[in-house]
Design a protein around this ligand. Sequence first.
Ligand code: GLY
Length: 354
Amino acid sequence: MAQKKINVQDYQINVGDSLSELASICGRLEPTRIFVLVDEMTEKFCLPHLQDKVDISFDSIITIPSGEKNKTLPTCEKIWRRLFNLNADRKSLLINLGGGVIGDMGGFCASTYMRGIPFVQVPTTLLSQVDASIGGKLGIDYYELKNSIGLFCNPVSVLIDPTFLETLSPREVRSGYAEIIKHGLIYDRKLWEICTQITDLKSADWKELIVQSLLVKKEIVDHDPREKGLRKILNFGHTIGHAVESVMMEDDRPLLHGEAIAVGMLAEGYLSSIKNSFSVEELQLLTEYILEIYGRKEIGTELYNNMFNKMLHDKKNENQEINFSLLKKIGKAEINQTADKEQIRESLSFYSNL
Ligand code: GLY
């Protein structure tokens, strides 16, 4: 599988058979030590592939427990302590091998350890390959608020090897795919049209979809690295989607991130049609495809008030108004839209009645 290189700000993303790039990165940086951060899943399923592909001996493997519930300050303390105990200095390199939690938290630990050491992101889930890998957002959850402590800081490089997708369940792949669909809907009608030809995810050309999806996000983050304006379009589907994700978790019926975002895209697609001139015909297209891939989840009306409260506390809000990014048409989104409680309720009823 040949490699595709994408330059973003001051770093490069390599997609394809890209792990061998580590040798030239190490040749260039001449790190004093090389550490790999993994969780117990990526240690078992992904580290052997990395070790097969590169002829570099790692000084130490730092393993943390997997899962979002561990994306916390106590886990960071463990990582920092390990780095100190392993005599990591400012020229040491940290390779973050894993999904969004490893990338966000490993990047956060690296960029704060001794005021910052170089790090390479090796995302292993589809979700992290198309979203968290690009744009420099790093952080952890604090006070039970997702990504509430963090910073923007770029890695030395991002190495995306679609072979890692073979370690994922079909459900996890489908979850990550939601962000690719979103990139098409908000910015690239052609990407959306490519997506709509795909009904069986097993036969999708992931390398090509990842590249097209990254090119969309690259253009957005190149324009607006600090999310002052345009970058907010990436939040389409996420205001309602995040609330769905939280309440379903509390209700002991957890959804994967992309599954919740699929619900959010349907409800916010409806909001786009009543608030933002998104046509009924395009809403129909969006609805048919997303339902075909994700089906419909049962989210009882008794959860709506709790969801609304979550949306009121969303960190994207300004002036106590719930902030949305909505579609104007397929391939174009608009930021800083609002909707009231009644309209949000109506959008959830639209979803429930599909
Ligand atoms: N995941 C949204 C962003 O990177 O801005």
